[in-house]
Write a protein of this length. Structure first.
Length: 479
DNA sequence: TACCTTTGACCGCGC
DNA sequence: TGCGCGGTCAAAGGT
């Protein structure tokens, strides 16, 4: 059981420390073996990131790559990362940020799945990242075929876990974050990119922010008259380092076509960080969208497992959003969500896959519609206040390379499925995560990580595996 | 052909 | 008052 769970869960492995360049490298190195291309640039280019040739536009690939690489590097170097970590550590100063550890290691099965999905790569890279959510979900999209089977398995496993367990807060963030990632979401049919959050976003700018290693992308909600904006910082891998929402949606989430839901589910969304599968329609949908175009991104994000911090400024999380709303509205919320939810992931993934993926985003149109299902992600949000039920069964799982002990579960508002809470068994390690099922699909789980590991991944059993390669390079398919 | 992404440049705010 | 930075605009390019 444990192993299975681990595998399932693993998707994202939390990293003990923020990746500095050095860390990152190590990580990358680790990954290299497994991962094909994701991590290449990392540290060396950190400087590059800072420097952008203004006059000359690089071809998308190039320009992006640099940015991505840079950003990633930067991330590694630490500014962004630190900031994120700091945020986490210092909620006071900033809105609470949740970091999700990325799963570095995954069971073979998961790996295979993920590989299909493509997300995992990121996780690997992300090692450094403190918190990572597995947004595998997005990944799933791509992988329908493989994943469907696998996911089903995972999902089952996960479900068992998830059902048993449940957690609260972090999930919100994660869910939200996931939503944000456009990548994951895949573009909405509209052309707008739907993000996991269920809204469509249009990127209107990108900029290298001082002090941030990652390039910051600016998105606007495409809904007419909707003032909501979000800023997304992605790490090298394309993982979302931080997401900040501004404003409040004055509309309900656009509903994506559901067709995917089934399909998505079938895909068996990969778990968030944990590798849990997210089958939720939303995710799926998004994923689908992305799959076509930006799958890579999502995957990346997930894979990278970079910690994502999502913060809401104001009420960004529209009341509509089940997910974000509750927590988010309160003020600024930072969530670690991995790509899964937010479109960000997409972006993040961009970095990873690069470049290729992004363009694809456009393509998404076709597929995207399915997104809404993704809502599940939203559902993830609900974290409320169900009393946490401590599970007598403490279960250790290693899926993400770390050992986790289940300490409780509860049903979060907005989500009929119970959320399972885990603590890292590492000595003095405060990292926690919770896994919750997002949709009817047993395979659809969202894993949210909180905190940073203060230790290396203790175990890499069979479970641990991170093959970057696993990520399936999304082939761009033009329509 | 249309739409979207990218990115340099501009504007406004804060220090 | 000036400088720096963040955020936004909008043209160019690509798909």
């Amino acid at each position: 059981m444990e192993i299975k769970e681990a595998e399932r869960v693993v998707i994202a492995k939390p990293v003990a420390s923020r990746p500095t360049c050095s860390n990152f490298r190590s990580f990358s190195e680790l990954l290299e073996g497994s991962i094909n291309g994701s991590p290449p640039n990392v540290c060396s280019e950190t400087t590059v990131a800072a420097i952008r040739p203004k006059t000359v536009r690089f071809k998308p690939m190039v320009s992006r790559a640099p940015a991505a690489s840079v950003s990633s590097q930067a991330d590694l170097s630490g500014t962004a990362l630190f900031s994120s970590s700091d945020k986490v550590s210092n909620p006071d100063s900033k809105p609470p940020v949740i970091y999700k550890p990325q799963a570095k290691f995954v069971s073979k099965t998961t790996v295979s799945l993920l590989a299909n999905m493509g997300n995992f790569d990121v996780s690997h890279q992300q090692q450094s990242l403190p918190l990572v959510e597995a947004r595998v979900q997005s990944i799933i999209q791509d992988k329908h075929n493989f994943t469907s089977q696998i996911t089903s398995k995972f999902s089952q496993n996960i479900q068992s876990h998830a059902q048993t367990d449940e957690t609260t807060e972090p999930s919100r963030l994660t869910s939200q974050i996931q939503e944000e990632d456009p990548k994951n979401l895949s573009a909405a049919s509209n052309g707008d990119r739907p993000s996991y959050d269920g809204y469509n976003w249009r990127k209107y700018g990108q900029k290298q922010v001082k002090g941030s290693e990652y390039p910051r992308s600016y998105y606007k909600c495409t809904h007419p008259n909707c003032p909501v904006k979000k800023k997304v910082e992605r790490s090298l891998a394309g993982q979302i380092a931080e997401i900040v929402y501004k404003g409040e949606h004055n509309h309900s989430k656009p509903q994506p076509p559901k067709r995917n839901s089934s399909g998505m589910q079938g895909l068996g969304i990969v778990s968030d960080g944990n590798g849990q599968d997210m089958s939720t329609p939303l995710w799926n949908n998004h994923l689908n969208d992305r799959n076509e175009g930006s799958e890579g991104r999502v995957e990346d994000q997930n894979e990278t497992g970079l910690p994502v911090h999502s913060t809401y400024q104001g009420k960004a999380p529209p009341s509509h959003d089940p997910v974000g709303i509750g927590s988010i509205n309160a003020g600024v919320i930072t969530s670690d969500n991995s790509c899964g939810l937010s479109g960000e992931c997409d972006e993040g993934s961009k970095g990873m896959d690069g470049d290729d993926d992004e363009p694809k985003a456009k393509r998404r149109k076709n597929d995207n519609q399915s997104n809404e299902a993704g809502i599940s992600g939203e559902g993830a949000q609900a974290q409320e206040p169900c009393p946490l039920v401590q599970s007598s069964n403490e279960t250790e799982i290693v899926g993400d390379g770390f050992r986790w002990r289940k300490y409780g579960q509860k049903v979060v508002k907005g989500n009929p499925y119970p959320r399972s809470y885990y603590r890292c068994t590492g000595l003095k390690c405060n990292v926690r995560k919770y896994v919750e099922r997002v949709s009817d699909d047993p395979g659809a789980f969202i894993t949210t990580y909180e905190g940073k590991h203060n230790h290396e991944m203790p175990v890499r059993g069979t479970n641990s595996v991170s093959e970057p390669n696993s990520r399936v390079p999304t082939t761009r398919s033009k329509a």
